[in-house]
Design a protein around this ligand. Structure first.
Ligand code: MN3
Length: 204
């Protein structure tokens, strides 16, 4: 049974150029993401009851996942969910809108200004040691910036991410090598703020 699928990218592999290159997107989606999904399904193979839930739900109840598959679910389920999420919250430059309306107000009220938010989010992304993610998440209706290691998930903490950046080296190394700062700066050109706003509205 293969319950979970790797969705196609919602745009072409080269759609995020020049900020994120086609080769990186191809390997990242077709190899890394597909492997997470495959291994997530494999972990759930003998647990059909679990596989009926949404992947986010499974991650949010990680402690009730049988111990023998918990680590696999955390790593591969996390990888599956986070990559679905990551493709969604990006869009070709200029097509993702701008933070505005209620979302912008919430960002300003939590971080003082959009610029300050960007600075703090960038610092979080830069200070993930090794592999992991930086997130903008909702916790009890309040926006926070947080980091997770590997594929550990904000969902497992009861948080609702609305924006996230993958700072595993596979996410940028082909184009940027060790220049993570440049990748993070350029990521801001391809954020799909319309989608982020949608997630904010759905979870606030
Ligand atoms: Mn990745």
């Amino acid at each position: 049974m293969s319950q979970f699928q790797t969705p196609d990218l919602p745009y072409a592999y080269n759609a995020l150029e020049p900020y994120i290159d086609e080769a990186t997107m191809k390997i990242h989606h077709d190899k890394h993401h597909v492997a997470y999904t495959t291994n997530f399904n494999k972990a759930l193979e003998n647990y059909p009851k679990l596989a009926e839930k949404s992947a986010e739900e499974i991650l949010s109840q990680l402690n009730s996942v049988p111990e023998e598959i918990r680590t696999a679910v955390k790593n591969h389920g996390g990888g599956h969910v986070h990559h679905n999420f990551f493709w969604e919250i990006m869009a070709p430059a200029g097509q993702g809108g701008k933070p505005q309306g209620e979302l912008l107000k919430a960002i300003i009220s939590s971080f003082n200004s959009f610029e300050k938010f960007k600075e703090e989010f960038t610092t979080a992304a830069m200070t993930v040691f090794g592999a992991g993610w930086a997130w903008l998440s909702l916790v009890d209706g309040k926006l926070i910036i947080e980091k997770t290691s590997n594929q550990d998930s904000p969902y497992s903490l009861g948080h609702q991410p609305i924006l996230g950046i993958d700072v595993w080296e596979h996410s940028y190394y082909l184009k940027y090598q060790n220049r993570r700062a440049e990748f993070v700066e350029n990521f801001f050109n391809v954020i799909n703020w319309l989608k982020v706003a949608e997630k904010y509205q759905a979870n606030k």
